[in-house]
Design a protein around this ligand. Structure first.
Ligand code: ATP
Ligand code: MG
Length: 671
């Protein structure tokens, strides 16, 4: 439905607080002249070329952009190497003894690797991969815990021109197998295991299961991370099934599997970087698959590197002495772009943490910030809401005064959580950058520049300079300010995906066919009177209630404003008269009741905030919500539960038990 404004999705929540950057922050910011926006809009290619020029090239490009919709080529004719840009150029200069990777394992082990050391490690690993027969263009699957060797492996692949495809270490053998086979990987880099919540995630065991049916894999490089601490393998389930060799209980297949420590340290610490064409593939990364069969997002070298370099520099305001911590796993794009390629292209010190935020206690993150004097902290709204639920005592017990900038990514952040983050973690002094982007976009597209843009809680504010975004209705017409609709990006940007691996047709269909010639990310958004963007979640999650298109995210945000609510997921359930009716799944904060009176109170609260049409028909209390392994709520499964359908694919869930128990409870209460 469209109202008079032409809006496709209604804009309901109003949030009027604004937070301009402090004069001190502005004075020191990497970007503090608002003219950057006009300059980039007038000449986006020139704008991006300026940042590309800050990278090191073996040969300069001749054409900035070659755009034949929907295919873009950036910096055509150029030659460069991503690992050279992230490592060599720092290792050769004054940053040689600067810490590149500041690693903390879950058990508490700390390693600090300087750019000089990183250079040698990357070269050795690159040589080891070559010795295993990996060459330019061969795909390498990577299935590892969050340890320095994971970042080193990515850089080693980039060095020799072998596209990497990282599969998140929490994924099952089945997910690993499917992704290896889709990209036809020649080698796998994995580990015996990694530490998580005091236990061992047995990666090699899962890999062995996957490798029973992966015809293209020839070699497997295995890092020993947990060592003898790993419980013995039970390959045949029976007594006496332990392998003959003493491999710490790890099954090593003769001729296929090689220990990292047996081959990498012995390699020469020099390996010439492969001169890569700007458009050569840097990596393939499968999206988490919360919306169906995983898509192999393909990123190339020069445009991607330029995009992550520029956004890291301007949005994180990176300075020489910053200690930067992005809490994402490198298994997600956030880790690719903002642990490895973006910050390292800038020569930053990057924190990597292996384990869980509540091990050994619920202040682990704050302890890490205190101990390593972290200055920039980037995490997900789901984590922030969890920290809120745990209570303020944990952060308050630690010294967080080193922080100077905070960021979020992954989901819309509701204003309550944003304010909590700013006050309780940032002490009210750190700008908060809410950054919207996707695996597909490669780097941030909608985000504040912290030294220029006044922020509003819950808004990703405005497109990054050079990004031409819009909000449109069903017909693709721009919706006036104040209205909501579909987010689109009108012009190509350097880090955009080039296609889907092996499926260009699907690439065209998914991203470029909804609105002719413009990129459709699949998200809803509204713009306020100041032109600020407010992301409304996936359009698949929008409800149609009595003729109104309502974003589930706005109801969730309203619910979370109630003091009792820690987290909420709203769905539209089929309804005979209204079409759909809102149903809310709610997790309460510790100490609050979950009875009929509370449900009524919450229904009234939402109706008061957003209007009667938004009043949830049902409130369902749940200790947990089904989330993907990257922490996003899977509303599709909640719809299945509410409508009594068979549950759809649950393989990408962090904890499949949550949905089945939710389904049983729901069925019980519905009678
Ligand atoms: P899949 O596409 O496989 O279902 P996914 O979309 O969860 O997985 P990502 O590419 O990691 O995988 O996530 C991008 C999506 O996350 C965006 O399309 C958007 O829905 C959401 N998102 C990311 N950052 C923000 C943000 N700052 N504000 C609102 N939503 C965000
Ligand atoms: Mg997506």
């Amino acid at each position: 439905m469209s109202d008079q404004t032409g809006a496709a999705i209604q804009a309901l929540l109003e949030e009027n607080r604004t937070f301009p950057p402090s004069p001190e922050f502005v004075a020191q910011a990497n970007a503090n002249d608002p003219a950057i926006y006009d300059r980039a809009a007038a000449d986006p290619e020139g704008f991006w070329a300026g940042y590309a020029g800050e990278l090191d090239w073996f040969e300069k490009w001749h054409t900035v952009l070659d755009w034949e919709p929907p295919h873009a080529k950036w910096f055509v004719g150029g030659k460069l190497n991503a690992a050279y840009n992230c490592v060599d150029r720092h290792a050769k200069g004054p940053r040689r003894d600067k810490v590149a990777i500041l690693f903390e394992g879950e058990p508490g082990d700390v390693r600090k690797i300087t750019y000089g050391e990183l250079y040698k490690e990357v070269c050795r690993t690159a040589n080891a991969l070559k010795s295993l027969g990996v060459g330019k263009g061969d795909r390498v699957a990577v299935y590892m815990p969050m340890v320095p060797e994971l970042a080193i492996t990515l850089l080693a692949c980039a060095r020799i021109g072998a596209p990497h495809s990282v599969i998140f270490g929490g994924f099952s053998a089945e997910s690993l197998r499917e992704r290896i086979n889709d990209c036809g990987a020649k080698a796998l880099v994995t580990a015996d295991g990694g530490w998580r919540r005091g236990g061992v995630v047995k990666l090699k065991e899962a890999a062995d299961e996957a490798l029973q049916d992966t015809p293209t894999i020839e070699k497997v490089l295995v890092l020993r991370r947990v060592g003898e601490a790993a419980p013995p393998a039970t390959n045949n389930g029976g007594v006496g099934s332990r392998p003959a060799t003493n491999n710490g209980g790890v099954n090593m297949v003769e001729g296929r599997d090689v220990w990292w420590h047996d081959i990498v340290p012995a390699q020469p610490a020099e390996c010439a970087p492969e001169p890569m064409d700007s458009e050569d593939i840097l990596y393939i990364l499968y999206t988490s698959g919360s919306t169906g069969k995983p898509k192999g997002i393909l990123h190339t070298t020069a445009g991607y590197l330029t995009g992550v370099y520029a956004t890291s520099k301007l949005v994180f305001d990176l300075k020489e002495d910053d200690v930067f911590w992005c809490t994402a796993d490198i298994g997600w794009v956030t880790g690719h772009s903002y642990i490895v390629y973006g910050p390292m292209a800038n020569g930053a010190t990057c924190v990597m943490y292996e384990g869980a935020p509540d091990t050994p206690d619920r202040d682990r993150f704050w302890e890490i910030i205190e101990k390593h004097r972290v200055t920039i902290f980037y995490t997900a709204p789901t984590a922030i809401r969890t920290f809120m639920k745990w209570g303020d005592a944990f952060p308050q017990g630690r010294d967080l005064s080193s922080l100077r900038l905070l960021g979020t990514v992954g989901e819309p952040i509701n204003p309550e959580a944003w304010i909590w983050y700013r006050e309780t973690i940032g002490g009210g002094r750190c700008p908060v950058v809410d950054t919207w982007w996707q695996t597909e976009t490669g780097h941030m597209l909608i985000t504040p520049l912290p030294g220029i843009v006044a922020t509003k809680p819950g808004s990703a504010t405005r497109p990054f300079p050079g990004i031409d975004a819009d909000v449109v209705n069903e017909r693709g017409e721009s919706v006036p300010l104040g209205g909501g609709g579909y987010l689109v990006i009108r012009k190509p940007w350097p880090g955009m995906l080039r296609t889907l691996w092996g499926n260009d047709q699907r690439y065209r269909e998914v991203y470029w066919s909804r609105f002719n010639g413009v990129y459709f990310p699949g998200d809803g958004a509204k713009r306020d009177e100041d032109g600020y963007y407010w992301l409304l979640g996936r359009v698949d999650d929008v409800m149609l209630v009595a003729g109104h298109n309502i974003s589930t995210m706005e109801l969730e945000s309203a619910l979370v404003e109630h003091p009792a609510v820690a987290e909420a997921a709203v769905i539209g359930k089929k309804h005979d008269i209204k079409g759909q009716s809102p149903v809310a799944f709610v997790t309460v904060r510790e100490g609050y009741r979950t009875d009929a009176a509370m449900a009524d109170e919450l229904k009234a609260f939402v109706a008061r905030k957003l209007g009667a049409v938004c009043r949830p028909d049902e409130i369902f209390f749940s200790g947990d919500l089904p989330k993907t392994r990257s922490g996003k709520i899977m509303r599709r499964l909640l719809r299945d539960i509410a409508e009594g359908r068979i549950l759809g694919d649950t393989t990408t869930l962090a904890d499949p038990a949550v949905v089945s128990s939710l389904r049983d409870k729901y069925a019980g209460e519905e009678g």
